[in-house]
Design a protein around this ligand. Structure first.
Ligand code: URA
Ligand code: SF4
Length: 212
């Protein structure tokens, strides 16, 4: 995948957000209420990537504010990560009708936004929440799709990724929605999240400084 060709040429983050808020590049634009670009500090060392906005997110325009999001915030807190210190977004920025899986054409259309977010924020660690996110991020980094499509076999593993000029560790885990009614999965996600801090290189600054 040619990451540099996917990168959107914007002067700064606000310009990128504006493009997302006005986007009509895939059919999800016609059914969404609000676009959910993502949120968090632009110099975050940790980036969390989910799948797609759900009902609450579509209403509020913010990622992970519904039940799965509240669980995510709690699991992060349990391992000593404040939600406010991480940047959170999704593979697609608009809600698929009835929370169906995002389709290939939608993921393709939305990819330049995610690529540009990664290139701006330059996270040291990317946590992929669920299989769609893991497949998207790891194929971006050049891993063969077949090797990264089974979330149960790749979760908790640390992948080294180069996406454009960004070097990051990628850690896939289960999606918190899957853990809502399954306490055992909650423990697995928590164990995976516990690894995140050890992957951070404290001597390196975060991204965005190149842009401001
Ligand atoms: N599920 C996701 O993948 N993302 C959200 O923002 C909310 C629920
Ligand atoms: Fe645009 Fe992405 Fe929303 Fe599709 S999902 S309309 S590509 S912002």
């Amino acid at each position: 995948m040619d990451i540099i060709k996917l990168r959107i040429n914007v002067a700064n983050y606000d310009e990128l957000v504006n493009l997302m808020l006005n986007c009509t590049k895939c059919k999800l634009y016609s059914t969404r209420k609000r676009v959910v670009p993502g949120e968090g500090p632009l110099n975050a060392r940790i980036m969390l990537i989910g799948e797609a906005p759900g009902e609450r997110e579509d209403e509020e325009g913010r990622p992970f504010v519904g039940a799965a999001g509240q669980l995510l915030t709690k699991l992060l807190g349990n391992v000593g990560i404040m939600r406010e210190e991480v940047y959170i977004t999704n593979v697609v920025k608009c809600r698929p009708p009835n929370n169906r899986d995002p389709e290939e054409d939608e993921v393709d259309a939305c990819r330049p936004y995610l690529v540009t977010q990664i290139l701006m924020i330059k996270p040291q660690v990317i946590v992929c929440l669920g299989r769609h996110s893991a497949r998207e991020v790891l194929t971006m980094a050049g891993y063969p799709e077949k090797s990264v499509s089974n979330i149960s076999s790749i979760r908790g593993k640390v992948f080294t990724a180069r996406i454009g000029d960004v070097s990051a560790k990628v850690l896939p885990t289960y999606h918190p929605a899957a853990a809502l009614y399954n306490p055992r999965l909650r423990e697995v996600i928590e164990d995976d999240l516990r690894k995140v801090r050890s992957l951070i290189n404290k001597s390196e600054r975060g991204g965005i400084l190149d842009y401001i």
